[in-house]
Design a protein around this ligand. Structure first.
Ligand code: UFG
Length: 331
């Protein structure tokens, strides 16, 4: 896509992480100048190439003040967060400290520096258990885990910051991010890995343990959880569009980003078998606390308002993209 050259200097918090590093690459490709702020707790310095990386933590207000004093930013993208649903159930404190306190610190630093545009990484987890087959923006927001609650609190704060201080923001509610850069040299790598597609592919490759399928007694067609997998390149495209959108639209906006198609855990395993030609060793395990049975997006609003349309709509193509990355040697 082509974007207007509205915001050339973009601070990317969490730019060394999975989605953030893909975003940094897309920003460079589109003529922006990204600067990364990342504590490298889960991110990889190797994945950002020669883009400026400031190592620091959103909980360190002095570091944030220095960052904003030393650079001039036109907009901020905020990917830094704890993002594991299961972990948030057992250790909610780190979710509220990192995701809520850390983000408020960022908003305050932005305000002090007069930076008034933010693209915020929100999540499908703000909705909780869906009442409709596809989740649109007006669906009730009743998160069922602390991770989702931490994201919802920030969405609410952004509305207050818009009303009181004129801060412009777009919250992008990702459904299940997946896939890797076309060049195959950056992709999804967490330690420990908890996400489905990487775990399926590592089981297929033999570089990880057999896959545990968390629950086959959900109220879904095959009993396993259904998710909407959205390619990381499509997420990046939406962020670029959000930058332009904020040029025109004041206020705090939120959009759902998904493909609108749900795939069960078992269907993902079958797709991985088709793509890789390998068996995926797996066994059944108890449900993972905090997992909704079914999360599928209605992204009509993002299509209408941002002009966004996912280019990866086929689960096999998404898995194939991740597979090419997983077969490469890892940092
Ligand atoms: N799953 C397994 N075995 C695994 C890993 C996952 O069965 O080894 C299952 C999970 O129980 C879930 C599904 O696969 O039903 C997807 O799990 P992921 O961990 O890949 O993703 P989540 O749906 O838990 O969470 C992801 C992001 C969140 C976001 C959410 C929104 O990590 O940030 O998608 O749908 F909120």
């Amino acid at each position: 896509m082509t974007v207007s050259g509205c915001c050339s200097n973009v601070l990317v918090c969490g730019g060394a992480g999975y989605i953030g590093s893909h975003m940094v690459r897309a920003l460079v490709e589109h003529g922006y100048v990204p600067i990364i702020f990342d504590n490298l707790s889960t991110g990889h310095a190797e994945s950002v190439g020669d883009v400026d990386l400031v190592r620091g933590d959103l909980l360190d207000r002095q570091a944030l003040r220095r960052l904003f004093a030393e650079h001039s930013f036109d907009a901020v993208m905020h990917f830094s967060a704890k993002s594991l649903v299961g972990e948030s159930m057992t250790d909610p404190g780190i979710y509220f400290v990192n995701n809520v306190v850390g983000t408020i610190n960022l908003l305050e630093a932005m305000r002090e520096a007069g930076v008034s545009r933010l693209v915020f990484s929100s999540s499908a987890a703000v909705f909780g258990n869906p009442l409709t087959a596809r989740i649109a923006e007006d669906h009730p927001r009743q998160p069922v885990n602390p991770y989702g609650r931490s994201k919802l609190m920030i969405e609410q704060a952004l509305r207050d910051y818009a009303n009181a201080y004129g801060m412009r923001s777009v919250s992008l509610r990702y459904f299940n991010a997946a896939g890797a850069d076309e060049a195959g040299d950056i992709g999804e790598s967490h330690k420990p890995e908890t996400h489905l597609i990487p775990n399926v592919l590592r089981a297929a490759l033999g570089t990880g343990p057999e896959l545990k399928i968390f629950g086959d007694d959900y109220d879904t067609p095959d009993g396993t959880c259904v998710r909407d997998y959205i390619h990381v390149a499509d997420l990046c495209d939406a962020h670029l569009r959000a930058l332009s959108y904020m040029q025109l639209k004041p206020g705090a906006h939120a959009f759902n980003l998904g493909n609108g198609n749900g795939f069960s855990v078992k269907q993902v395993v079958e797709a991985a078998w088709r793509v890789t030609g390998r068996d995926v060793p797996h066994s059944m395990a108890p449900r993972r606390p905090g997992d909704p049975a079914w999360l599928v997006a209605d992204s009509t609003l993002a299509e209408r308002e941002l002009g966004w349309k996912p280019s990866f709509t086929d689960i096999d193509a998404i898995i194939d993209s991740a597979w090419r990355w997983h077969q490469k040697p890892r940092y």
